[in-house]
Design a protein around this ligand. Sequence first.
Ligand code: SF4
Ligand code: SF4
Length: 310
Amino acid sequence: MKEQKKERLNVDTILRSIRNNIVKIFPESSLPFKLISLVGLRINAKKHHVPLSTMVMGVYAAQHCNLNCKCCTAFSPIAEKSFLNIESYNNDMAKLAKLTGNRLSSFGVTGGEPLLHPQITEIFTIARNYFPETDIFFMTNGLLLLGMPETFWENIKQNNIAINLSRYPIQINVDKIIEKAKSYNVKFDYVGGGDVPVKLMWKYPLDVDGKQPLKRSYNICTQINRCVTMKDGIIYPCNTIAGIEHFNKYFNKNLKVTAEDVLELHNVKDINEVYEFLYTPKPFCKYCNRRGVEFGIKYGNSKKDITEWT
Ligand code: SF4
Ligand code: SF4
């Protein structure tokens, strides 16, 4: 498992470095940037379209966020306030541990902003108890990090939880965050790697009429095997399906999630059922206009307009 992970990491590091250097040469609004991004996206998609042999899993600690970024792929600007339910999370993790023999290749606590969850340290402790050897991290915009109590820092140190910081053009003291992480011997990285530029937004448009060829959407989707999400006993293959209820509710739409789009975790008998499920196109893919993806969108506040997601 370690060798496989190492190999994957190396390819990821090389691709990341190429992309980040290209971004420095071409302006984000330029055609070369867009073309290169498109090619990168295809390579990335291909790379992840392989059947899994170890699980990658994530949970949303909070669906809402303390930032309001346009085109947010988690739908946080239009989501109601909601937190991960600790009891059902614990049950799900127990089942997942049983299925996988307590082995996951990585586990991410994301959102929205995960640090908004009042029991965030409990979430980390539960994850570490069930998965002693897994790479566990949380993704954050960093706004709350320096205000977190010492007990939080002790917890992430003890549980070996890594910080993954998204680089938004906001006022936070990154040097101080890095210093603090170092003082607690906590792993720190930026989402997308150390040399990634300050975040630009990407739009993955939805087709509310569901007229996309679903296999094509699936085949060029970069979320396959990467954005697997677990919530209240359900496994979602991607964060689009996991979060679509917020889009539907806010814009009064009806992008349907069917029984084939999700997996009932507590009915699963063998982990291979999960891998097979994740490696199969979903009916919901007809709502994803993956060919219409837009790159290099300047960071800004969401106006909660449907065009940010369509
Ligand atoms: S910080 Fe991330 S989760 Fe929060 S609104 Fe911005 S893009 Fe969405
Ligand atoms: S619905 Fe299909 S195409 Fe869309 S993000 Fe999920 S897996 Fe990818």
